[in-house]
Design a protein around this ligand. Structure first.
Ligand code: MSP
Length: 650
């Protein structure tokens, strides 16, 4: 019989920096879902990957003093290591710099142009480089990106446009007719009210001011807009236009998983591109919430990211996976903290699950020499019945919750069985039964039922904690009995054969000393920062900087093209500086030392990758380098000779 297929994707992440635990969150959720469906017998395709083009990556590579390709190769190797360490069972990892992707994206662009969905025009508007998104003047929020709050850049360029408006009505109809298409429902309403109802503007799908991207096939001046490039990964990875069998087997996707901030691209741009290509739409776009820190969203720019590798050095990937999936209600934001993670490990894993296994195994060894006893025939007591019934209900209850991507509720439900099993031990007090010979049969039944409950729990755990079940099976003595590990075996209670040799082994999750753990996590973080594994401003003034540290500064020759005083100040000038490929606005405190007329046409040294800031409400993106003489006079640094604006200083 042909198996039902299931295709699930994560976003393809930007390899502009190491990934953090927020990225792990989506990937672990997708992995749990993929494993769950495989357990149920589906033919699953699970795709993840990296989104490697665009200005943001190009700038990060420049800052690191590497070519973009070399730069992303290094980061992608780290990402693959991370996924291996977290037991991510992807079937394919797509990189947008691979020929199999680039060629197909060029084919898509070409087709859309030939059929008139893409046309040439002129773009004037705002662009947020960190989000790689275009915004209209109406949408930008006081010079900042409405999504991430960082400064937007003014872009004016000829380019290629996609006729979004042509498909807007069809999309709205599709959303209304398919209530599960955008989930959770709050995201659907946001899409309709904030984007579709006000009217879709045509989208600029090319960029001309940088070259790190896929070239427009018939116009080498342009690269394809990174979101058109990136979203296509979901079909290029399946061999769209190259491998019809693979493509038709899995497309349309069952679910595209992501956090809420990129639902817009997936729920509006992507379906419209697909409509233009005459392809069926994905069945569901699910936008989960953010993992936030006490001080707000985890982000590199805030410096509050959690490196999952630091956690994986101390705790098993099963523990971290459990915490991520259990702690936060999928769909909502949730706070990440080391402390809540450690508490979960101690209470749910060490106390509830770990103790259940170790208590059962200890009693099996003590009372039955580790041999699984036979349950008494037909003499079911109330507690036996409750335990068995609860266990047998689990598969359908969990399946329903998983179909709604309610990972936390699925685990909560499963823990009801873990806790019921512990309560079953307390209710039956096997240590008292063991004291009376006439209770020997009852003692056997109780321990048998506990082994069976542990078998149920272990199978149900597989999607979330792929390593722990095998450790449980090895203690129960059923490690090689594959039939007892299958989903279908959950339809029947009592499958472990009496007489099986069980063996108590190491505790699954040793109890942690939370205070000590918190201190050592802090120490590890500081150590990483000190050794430069993570960049941070060094304390005090070091005597030397390494060449790598210097290479992080992007100093360029800048030509001042306009200068004017900032109203209501006497020290500030607003300057426009030409950097060759682009112009920057900066606010400089030099009005007492230079008149605007003196400055125009001057070539100066310019720090181009200084974090943008707002000064008196004006965006300042970079810094003009200057010397200060002993009397406090500011003198601009000059360039000796005629070098084009934008030349890099090294
Ligand atoms: N490259 C684009 C996606 C293109 S998909 C065709 C991108 N990349 S990203 O590296 O910024 O990844 C964003 C995604 O990472 C989020 O949508 C989410 O899946 C995950 N997360 C990153 N930080 C997160 C949190 N703090 N919390 C939850 N998810 C997080 O956008």
């Amino acid at each position: 019989m042909l198996k039902k297929t299931y295709y699930i994707t994560t976003p393809i992440y930007y390899p502009s920096d190491k990934l953090h635990v927020g990225h792990s969150y989506t990937t672990v959720a997708a992995d749990a879902m993929a494993r769950f469906k495989r357990l149920l017998g589906y033919d699953v395709w699970f795709l993840t990957g990296t989104d490697e083009h665009g200005l943001k990556i190009q700038r990060s590579a420049e800052n690191a003093g590497k070519t973009p390709q070399l730069f992303v190769d290094g980061i992608v190797a780290g990402i693959k290591n991370l996924w291996a360490a977290m037991d991510i069972s992807y079937d394919d990892f797509i990189r947008t710099t691979e020929p199999r992707h680039k060629q197909v994206v060029q084919g898509i662009f070409d087709r859309l142009y030939r059929q008139g969905d893409i046309y040439k025009g002129r773009y004037e508007g705002w662009y947020c480089t960190p989000c790689e998104s275009f915004w209209t003047a109406r949408q930008v929020d006081g010079g900042n990106c409405p999504d991430c709050g960082r400064p937007v850049e003014l872009v004016a360029e000829d380019g290629y446009f996609f006729r979004m408006s042509k498909y807007a009505d069809r999309l709205l109809e599709h959303i209304n007719n398919n209530p599960d298409f955008i989930q959770p429902p709050s995201r659907k309403n946001e899409m309709i009210n904030n984007f579709l109802r006000p009217g879709l503007e045509d989208l600029c799908v090319s960029r001309a001011t940088f070259d790190w991207g896929i070239q427009v096939p018939f116009d080498g001046k342009y690269v394809i807009y990174v979101w058109l490039d990136a979203l296509s990964n979901y079909i290029t990875a399946l061999g769209y236009t190259k491998d019809e069998t693979l493509f038709h087997k899995y497309w349309p996707a069952d679910v595209h998983l992501m956090a809420k901030e990129i639902v817009r691209f997936h729920a509006i741009y992507w379906p419209i591109f697909l409509m233009a290509l005459d392809l069926p739409l994905p069945k569901q776009i699910f936008g989960h919430g953010w993992l936030i820190m006490k001080e707000g969203k985890m982000s590199k720019s805030k410096g509050n990211v959690v490196d999952p590798m630091v956690l994986l050095e101390r705790y098993s990937s099963d523990s971290l996976r459990y915490y991520l999936l259990r702690e936060i209600s999928f769909g909502q934001d949730g706070v990440f903290s080391n402390e809540s993670m450690l508490q979960r490990i101690n209470t749910d894993l060490a106390n509830d699950l770990g103790n259940l296994l170790s208590r059962t195994m200890t009693m099996m060894e003590r009372f039955f020499d580790g041999i699984v006893p036979a349950p008494a025939d037909g003499k079911e007591e109330k507690s036996d019945q409750e335990l068995r019934r609860l266990a047998l209900e689990m598969p359908s209850r969990i399946e329903k919750l998983m179909d709604e991507l309610q990972f936390n509720s699925a685990l909560e439900t499963l823990w009801a069985l873990v806790r019921r099993s512990n309560k079953y031990i307390d209710e039956n007090a096997p240590w008292l039964l063991a004291k009376k010979e006439e209770k020997r049969e009852r003692l056997g039944t109780v321990l048998y039922n506990l082994c069976e409950a542990l078998r149920f729990i272990s199978i149900l755990l597989l999607p979330y904690m792929p390593r722990t079940p095998r450790r449980i099976w090895s203690q129960l003595g059923i490690e090689t009995m594959e039939d007892l590990h299958k989903w279908d075996s959950l339809q029947e209670w009592g499958l472990i054969k009496p007489g099986t040799k069980a063996q108590r082994k190491a505790d699954l999750f040793p109890r942690l000393d939370i205070k000590k753990e918190l201190a050592s996590l802090l120490e590890r973080k500081t150590e990483k920062e000190k050794t430069g594994e993570k960049t941070q401003a060094p304390a005090g003034k070091p005597k030397h900087v390494s060449i790598e540290e210097f290479a992080r500064l992007e100093v360029r020759v800048g030509e001042i093209v306009s200068a004017e005083p900032v109203p209501k100040t006497d020290k500030l000038l607003k300057l426009e500086v030409n950097l060759g490929q682009e112009k920057r606005q900066v606010v400089a405190g030099i009005a007492l030392h230079y008149t605007p007329q003196e400055l125009i046409g001057k070539k100066v040294l310019f720090l181009a990758n200084l974090k943008p800031a707002k000064i008196r409400g004006l965006l300042s993106e970079g810094m003009i380098l200057a010397a200060t003489d002993p009397a406090g006079k500011v003198v601009l640094t000059a360039v000796d000779g005629d070098v084009p604006a934008g030349s890099k200083i090294s």
